[in-house]
Design a binder for this molecule. Sequence first.
Ligand code: OKP
Ligand code: ZN
Length: 337
Amino acid sequence: MKRFFSPHQTGHAPLRELNNGEWMDFAESPARVSSMLAALGQCEAPIDHGLGPILAVHDADYVAFLQSAHRDWLKAGRSGDAIGYAFPVVGRRKLDLSRIDGRLGQYGFDAATPIASGTWDAAYWGAQTALSAFDAVAGGGHCGFALCRPPGHHSGKDYFGGYCFLNNAAIVAQRAVDSGLGPVAVLDVDYHHGNGTQDIFYERGDVLFASIHADPAMDYPYFWGHADETGQGEGEGATFNQPLARGTTWAGYEPALDKALNAISQFGAKFLVISYGADTFEADPISFLKLTTQDMHTMGQRISTLALPCVTVMEGGYNIEALGSNVDAFLSGLEGG
Ligand code: OKP
Ligand code: ZN
């Protein structure tokens, strides 16, 4: 399986995040990359596809905001990472605000996703990494892996949040549709619900979004991922959420995965995008499912029975020591190892 990564992606290095009312070290740290590279070995550098495929998913005003957000923060006389604190919860509408704090609230949905000087460059190259993994599969490979960082699945067409800025999985899924390779299924197995991916395809019948995640009644992102969210309009039935209780082990995860795989077959998917997060691991510091490294391998094997061309994009996983082995276990399972 071809693997892609760009060193630009480690330039995104916020210092700290707000957690339970206190500052803590930023969990989605560049050190995650070292752990993965050590386990995976050599990755290829992505090719620059430009902004086109990003703008096929994200709004131009949002992308322009991301490009200048940290500079605007510095221009406002601030230092450190840009963080919003006021959000238009009621009646959110397009406003052309100039003040950076207004813009951070307009385009963000949480106060735990700091923007640093290297954020845009890292997010941009993360998307290019995903697109290059797609090329490798579209060109005849069976599977490709995109070591994306920052992750993407919480980012919607015009918003960031949950450590995510550009939705790498959605960018690949849209690219697959535009290349005539659909229908496409996105299988999201990160611990957290992929609200951004769900939103992007919520009214679309050509992309199935199937997710297994911690019950949002208990865990981030709270406002999405409930079982009664099933899609709308032409997308009715093309969103499939399976929330799990904290503490769930493989015994509870496996039947949910089987249901998701069945749904993907039923849907008639011809192309698969996997949002893989290793934060379902039993020793993840911010998550509460109980999968082992061996379970990651089994998960990969199960998914490989779909026998679909697939691109895996990296999402979360915060136990840095085990991260590399977990990703490696998943990918070797997926390769049928
Ligand atoms: C990103 B991914 C505040 C807690 C909220 C947000 C979690 C984002 C996870 N410190 N944290 O899905 O792994
Ligand atoms: Zn996660």
